[in-house]
Ligand binder design. Structure first.
Ligand SMILES: CCCCCCCCCCC/C=C/C(=O)SCCNC(=O)CCNC(=O)[C@H](O)C(C)(C)COP(=O)(O)OP(=O)(O)OC[C@H]1O[C@@H](n2cnc3c(N)ncnc32)[C@H](O)[C@@H]1OP(=O)(O)O
Length: 566
């Protein structure tokens, strides 16, 4: 019913059932000049008194005049985790008519329905529906024009269902990126929760080109439109694929969301787009009705880890800017795993490398095929562990075993990983899929809320620590990415299949690999080793080898800083 006034599900502000013997209680923020932390503590206490559960929380103050409500009673679907580390807590929509900080209306047009109090009118009219617009999905292969973006903005207004705060944040970020480019706004204060959440989302897009952001926005709206159009519920046993993903296949089958890496020809290496899509898939799964979420890979690999060509995608800001935006991306990405609220299972169908291994320490259960291997060649790449593995791995397998894996890059077989506690159980490859999915379908029938609370209890023991470790690892990795050791390792990977002979190079032939290395190492000198001889022949900052041995194929590249060039 395009254009019809409606309220999003979950936006209903009707209170949930009270516990026996409790009085309904309207709670407002305590007066006085308390800091936000103190006020939060106080609200927590009040909420515990009001709801009878110590776990339930009240909104931190979003506006002086707000009367905020207990999220568990009213708007579980609208909760949003914001902030990081110690300042992390939940916020949700405020019910006060005078609140000007509602997240929803600042991101999307909202067609006011009966339960729209609290949403300021002025912001509701930001996006106008265009009559007659159909919700036709835009083919991903097509490059979205600015007109497509406008259409998508209008299309959004016709959604029948609330896409959830995470998706709205993603839309906000993509829209800003598509129209204004990378975020250059000053970082809002940590106590300005909503602006901070929006800033984080936008900033996380780093230097994503405007055109890509525009396309992603259009695709996302298109996927939301088509999923909201299909009104028939998923039949038991039937599998429905979520549109809008390119590097993943996301399907819902019964109560299970399956997120499958979908770059089999690249061994499911995680490129920048896949990082973003994974964050979106996890955020969507955390808010939908599914009970379990399973991550797996398509093809023979689970994943070969970070796509090493990510390093070569260096724009005008140079390597330093790239490293900074990559740290933000990595931090947010790992946070999605730390804070994932439902049971998270990895079905490791084949070899796993790098970040695909380290993240396993943040999963609840890890099943592996006996063909899987686990390899973290960080030192070889001039890098260091991430994904909180510097904390989770020693905890899981003991310091000495973890050091062998994380520092020396010892590759583990599935059986070894299982013996060390990283893997829950190993299955023969021939029966892996059948056995794992049979088991998961049984687990998905267990009571949903009990599982969720159990997960929360387990994770809460570590949550703050994990955020701190993530911060620390990200801080350290930024320097590593810019180190010669790392540049050389990546250059070496990129050029390992180089088929140009030195003679061809000498005569001016170029290759994509050399172009990539050149881009990545801007400001550095590049030498190409040939039979161990440094043979610099300068041209445009890229040194070329002298001809030594025409029959030789394969190059070795060395990147040196300016001051190291004698
Ligand atoms: C400034 C930084 C920007 C980063 C932004 C993101 C921030 C997050 C970073 C977090 C830190 C992460 C760390 C890691 O994950 S470290 C681990 C990285 N991975 C590797 O080192 C593995 C590299 N790949 C290989 O060693 C081999 O490919 C592999 C053993 C996996 C398979 O070998 P095999 O011989 O069987 O197959 P091919 O080598 O022929 O591979 C087939 C094609 O796939 C491409 N491929 C495979 N892995 C990667 C990869 N990780 N990155 C990019 N491309 C990969 C390979 O090149 C082949 O492609 P072509 O057919 O086109 O040649």
């Amino acid at each position: 019913m395009p254009g019809a006034a409606r309220a999003w599900p979950g936006q209903s502000l009707e209170p949930g059932p009270l516990l026996e013997g409790q009085e309904p209680k309207s709670l407002s923020h305590p007066p006085g000049k308390l800091g936000w932390k103190q006020r939060l503590d106080l609200n927590l206490a009040l909420c515990a008194a009001g709801c009878g559960s110590p776990r339930w929380q009240l909104d931190p103050p979003c506006h002086e005049a707000c009367t905020c409500v207990c999220v568990e009673r009213r708007l579980p679907a609208q909760t949003l985790l914001i902030g990081q580390g110690k300042g992390r807590f939940r916020t949700w929509l405020c019910t006060s008519a005078s609140c000007h900080l509602c997240l929803v209306c600042s991101l999307l047009t909202y067609v006011p329905g009966p339960s729209s109090r609290g949403l300021p009118r002025s912001q509701h009219t930001r996006l106008q529906a265009s009559p007659g617009l159909t919700a036709a999905p835009s083919p991903t292969a097509m490059r979205a024009s600015e007109k497509d973006l406008e259409k998508a903005v209008s299309q959004l207004q016709l959604l029948k269902e609330d896409p959830g705060n995470a998706v709205k944040l993603r839309l906000y970020a993509l829209y800003k990126q598509a129209t204004e480019g990378p975020c250059t706004m000053p970082k809002p204060s940590v106590s300005d929760f909503i602006s901070k959440a929006k800033w984080d989302a936008w900033n996380a897009l780093g230097s994503l080109p405007k055109e890509t952001a525009r396309q992603d926005y259009v695709d996302l709206v298109s996927s939301l439109s088509s999923s909201s159009e299909s009104s028939s519920p998923v039949q038991p046993g039937a599998s429905s694929r979520s549109p809008g993903y390119e590097t993943l296949v996301v399907t819902s089958e019964g109560d299970i969301t399956k997120i499958m890496f979908n770059r089999p020809t690249k061994k499911n290496a995680v490129n920048t787009q896949m990082y973003h899509e994974l964050m979106l898939a996890l955020k969507t799964a955390s808010e939908d009705d599914s009970i379990l979420t399973v991550v797996t890979g398509d093809g023979d690999y689970y994943s070969s880890g970070n796509d090493l060509t990510n390093f070569t995608d260096v724009h005008s800001g140079g390597l330093e800017e790239k490293a900074k935006s990559s740290v933000t991306l990595l931090r947010n990405f790992v946070n999605c795993f730390i804070d994932f609220p439902k049971p998270l299972v990895a079905a490791v169908n084949g070899p796993a490398v790098g970040i695909a291994v380290t993240l396993l320490g943040l999963f609840d259960v890890v099943y592996a095929s006996d063909k899987a291997t686990f390899h973290t060649p960080f030192s070889q790449l001039g890098l260091i562990p991430e994904g909180c593995s510097s904390y989770t791995f020693p905890k899981i397998m003991g310091t000495a075993k973890a050091a062998e894996v994380l520092i020396f890059g010892k590759k583990l077989t599935a059986a070894e990983a299982c013996a060390r506690g990283l893997v829950t159980e190993v299955f023969p490859d021939s029966t892996f899929q059948r056995e794992v999915w049979t088991r998961l379908k049984t687990y998905a029938k267990l009571p949903k809320n009990a599982m969720r609370v159990s997960k929360e209890l387990l994770r809460n023991l570590e949550r703050e620590k994990l955020h701190a470790v993530n911060e620390e690892e990200c801080r350290a990795i930024q320097g590593r990415w810019m180190s010669d050791e790392s540049l050389n390792a990546v250059a070496s990977f990129l050029s390992r299949q180089e088929s140009l002979s030195p003679r061809a190079l000498e005569h001016g032939a170029w290759s994509p690999a050399l172009e990539s290395i050149h881009r990545m190492a801007r400001g550095h000198h590049i030498f190409i080793h040939h039979y161990g001889t440094l043979t610099p022949t300068r041209r445009d900052g890229l040194d070329r080898p002298e001809h030594r041995e025409p029959a030789h194929h394969g190059l070795e590249v060395e990147v040196l800083r300016q001051n190291e060039v004698a």
